[in-house]
Design a protein around this ligand. Structure first.
Ligand SMILES: [Zn+2]
Length: 231
């Protein structure tokens, strides 16, 4: 059984150095043009190179401030990856639909997958609605004929739920240890477990690229375990 690789693309310019961190913050709240000189989506581009070399396919979930530039789009298409909405403004079905529309216009194709930005804690930026309310997103996703919702729970053993045409994976194996019970669930466990059930591997490019151990883990996983996109 394969991995479902989920990349949440949270920051247009990553976190480092400080000037890129600031650019990420500003882009999240205001409109800023994509500035290649500051390394727009540089961390995602590196990950896409690794994935393409390993012939692994992934979902990448984008916010309105992290929409792919032409350079990212080329890598994305070359690896036949799938784009989804990383939902920020979850105040209502209308705000959900307007974010879907932004994605569909940018990609010129129907969106089939959604994940939520933030798990119910802090408010991240001007457009962000902080509560984490998966039942709502599942209902909205069905109404809008999406096929996949990937949830933010941290117990990676929770099984997928199929309801009509929509598949929900309530949880993920978060590669970044901050959100994982690392005693129970390590990379060896994941490689083992992925032989028995589909399992979602969740990563954030700026965190993985900032930690040599996570880079090693990520590369090992994409080379060892088969990955798939559903929709
Ligand atoms: Zn996020």
């Amino acid at each position: 059984m394969p991995l479902i690789i989920r990349i949440d693309v949270d920051r247009p310019y990553g976190k480092r150095p400080a000037v890129r961190h600031l650019m990420s913050r500003l882009s999240s709240d205001l409109y800023l043009p994509k500035v290649e000189a500051f390394g727009y989506l540089a961390e995602l581009q590196t990950m896409l190179h690794w994935l393409n070399e390993a012939e692994a396919r992934a979902y990448a979930f984008f916010r309105r401030c992290t929409l792919p530039s032409p350079a990212v789009m080329r890598l994305f298409d070359a690896g036949r990856h799938q784009a989804g909405l990383h939902l920020e403004d979850s105040r209502s079905y209308e705000t959900f639909c307007s974010e879907i529309q932004i994605m569909e216009r940018h990609f010129d194709r129907k969106m089939l997958a959604v994940s939520k930005h933030g798990s119910g804690g802090a408010k991240y930026g001007f457009h962000h609605h902080a509560p984490y309310e998966p039942e709502k997103y599942i209902a909205w996703a069905r109404k809008a004929s999406l096929r996949l919702f990937l949830g933010n729970l941290e117990d990676p053993t929770l099984p997928a739920v199929q309801s009509d045409d929509l598949v929900t994976y309530p949880s993920a194996f978060w590669l970044e240890p901050h959100w994982r019970d690392t005693q129970r669930y390590n990379v060896d466990w994941l490689i083992e477990q992925a032989q028995r059930q589909d399992i979602v591997l969740l990563v954030h490019p700026e965190n993985v690229l900032g930690d040599p151990t996570l880079i090693t883990d990520f590369k090992r996983l994409i080379r060892t375990v088969e990955s798939k996109v559903l929709a």
